[in-house]
Structure formats: C-alpha cells, structure tokens
Design a protein around this ligand. Structure first.
Ligand code: ADP
Ligand code: MG
Length: 322
C-alpha cells in the first residue's frame, strides 16, 4: 500500500524512551507492526500471562525510536509535495498526546517540504511560472488566530456558498520565494503560538497549528493549483475516540469533531458531519477524500503513558480503516 493508492495513510512514530518514563511497553516488530505490552505493571507476571494481554497493531508504517526525520519525510510527506507541484491537494496530520513528539515531527516535515518544493521549482527550468503562498493559523478554543499576523483579532470562517472550501476572512497569505524565507515566517509564527508566557505549555498543547502552502503554476490552459496542509494537532489526551463527554469545557471541540469524522468515515457512513468544529470545516475537502492524506500518530515508549498510548494506537487503527 502506498500513499497514491490509499485515501489515508496511517503511520505511528514512537518517541525515544526517557529514563523517567517507566519500562518500555512498546516494541516495534517490523516497519508495519508494533506490540503494546498491555498489562498491569506487575514485573513478576509469568510470560504466558503477558502474551495474552500483549496487543499487536498493524499500520501502513511504523517508525521506531531510532527513526530519522529524513525517513519520516521520505515516506509520509515527500510524495505529497510532488503531488502539490502537479496541482493536487494533500495533508499530513500529527496526532498524539502532549509530549509524544508531534511538533518534533512536524518541524522536520515543514523544513524538508519547503526545501523540496523550492528545489523542485528552481530545477524545473521555468521557476517564474510558479507562485508559492503560505498561511499559518492556530485554532485555539475554536478561535482562529493568524500566526503570521498575531496582533489581528480572531478571524472568521466563512462559507462562500456552493461546494467550495470555506474561507478564513482577512487571513494573511504571504508570497514566499525561498525555503529560507518560509523558515523565517514559520519561526515568527511559532513564537506567536506560545506568546502567553504563563500558559505557554497549555497553550501550545491545546491549539492546532495549520500550515497551508499553495502552489500555483501558469500552464497553457490557465492556472494549476496545488495545496499542502501540514497540521500539528492539539494534544489528544483529553479527546480520544471515546471522548469523555462529561469533561465539558475541557474537551477540545475540534479534536473531538475530527475523531467523530474519522469514526464516521471509517464506518462507511453516508453522512459525515464536518460542521461541528472549525478544524473539520476547514479540512472537509481533505478528510472527505478528494486529496491524499497521511496521519502520523505519536506515542511514547514508556509505561507511564500507557493509557494515552493505548488510546492513540486505537485512534490510529480506526483511522487505518478509512
Ligand atoms: P508534542 O508536540 O507532541 O507535545 P514534542 O515534539 O514537543 O511533543 O516532543 C517532546 C520532547 O521530546 C521534545 O523535547 C522533543 O524534542 C523530544 N522528541 C520528540 N520526538 C523525538 C524524536 N523522535 N527523537 C528525539 N527527540 C524527540
Ligand atoms: Mg507540540
């Protein structure tokens, strides 16, 4: 199975174990399979007992603790950038609990995607026929913030009628001319993302960051447009597949809605409700299958994170059946 044959490619990346995280409970068996030692922390459990409770999970791809940024890029994102240059849309999501490695992965993908993009354009022989524009937003508490113009107030999401994608009114779309330029813009955006010092951690883990890169190319028949979304989702610890509805205000509405869409899509539902959150409204086109999408679910290898790890693996498994 490759990205080009699948609507949604699901990968899992295991973050290297740190000393304070308990015993290793994730074992990568192959580049498609991992095992979760899913039993109570009883070191004296007999082997047989352990075996019964170990769970095998299979995904399109599993990246172990020693996986490199390059490897993840080449497998998950590179083909989508090639598509974007040809006028298609694509998206990569990073899913997982806070601290599981989402931003680490996405930072690596963003840098490489932009280098790849500008290198290809420059080597195409007619670079001036291309135009690259980017926008970078954060959805935090269902408010859309422009990370490239952080002093602006919350932006409105408007449906322009018809079947077109909704539009973020007043969003800055910056014309980019080199990977270095984009890196500068991203760094500025990332600083805006954590601008509230006292809530820095909470803020960055509860907000979704969406980078959109659009590539227009002048062709004989007019203009060909491709688009790539790179999405660093909010921490999933409060909104697994079976989100605790009673948590009320603490539930991340966009993440919950995304889970519901994935449930509906994976169950083959005829009606999928995208309207419940800003994130799903914005990504309707992406989720609905008119573009190629990859999800990288992130887990820590240590036993201290067993519950969030189990819920992430489950979520990713559900997503695999789309
Ligand atoms: P998240 O965005 O999911 O909250 P981060 O990407 O911030 O998590 O990762 C948490 C910490 O672990 C960071 O210090 C990050 O540098 C480190 N980290 C994450 N993934 C890896 C990895 N694959 N290899 C090495 N360090 C990693
Ligand atoms: Mg992060």
């Amino acid at each position: 199975r490759t990205i080009t044959e699948e609507k949604l490619m699901v990968a899992v990346r295991v973050r290297p174990l740190r000393v304070d995280e308990g015993p290793r409970i994730i074992h990568v068996i192959s580049d498609k399979m991992l095992v979760l030692e899913d039993e109570a922390d009883n070191r004296r459990d007999i082997l047989r007992h352990r075996r019964i409770n170990d769970k095998h999970y299979v995904y399109d791809r599993v990246f172990g603790e020693d996986s490199t940024q390059e490897e993840v890029y080449d497998t998950v994102c590179g083909p989508l950038v090639t598509d974007t240059l040809k006028g298609f849309a694509g998206a990569v999501f990073a899913y997982g609990a806070t601290g599981a490695g989402k931003t680490h992965t996405m930072t690596g993908l963003m840098t490489r995607a932009l280098n790849h993009l500008f290198t290809s354009i420059n080597e195409s022989g007619h670079p001036t026929t291309y135009e690259v524009k980017m926008s970078y937003i954060e959805i935090y508490n269902e408010n859309i913030r422009d990370l490239l113009n952080p002093s602006a107030g919350p932006l409105e999401l408007r449906d322009e009628g018809g079947t077109g994608a909704p539009v973020v009114a007043g969003l800055s779309e910056v014309r980019a001319n080199s990977a270095g330029h984009v890196a500068e813009l991203l760094a500025r955006g990332d600083r805006a993302r954590t601008a509230e010092p006292t809530h820095a951690n909470q803020h960055s883990s509860r907000g979704h960051a969406l980078l959109s890169v659009s590539v227009s190319k002048q062709v004989e028949a007019g203009v060909q447009r491709g688009r790539l979304f790179l999405i660093d989702l909010a921490g999933s610890e409060r909104a697994g597949l079976r989100a605790r509805r009673l948590e009320g205000a603490h539930i991340n509405r966009s993440l919950l809605a995304l889970g519901n869409c994935i449930m509906a899509l994976s169950g083959g539902a005829r009606y999928v409700n995208y309207r419940d959150s800003k994130l799903t409204r914005l990504l309707r086109e992406v989720l609905g299958g008119r573009c190629r999408t990859a999800m990288v679910a992130h887990v820590s290898a240590g036993g201290n994170h067993r519950d969030t790890t189990r819920s992430t693996l489950h979520y990713a498994q559900r997503a695999s059946s789309i």
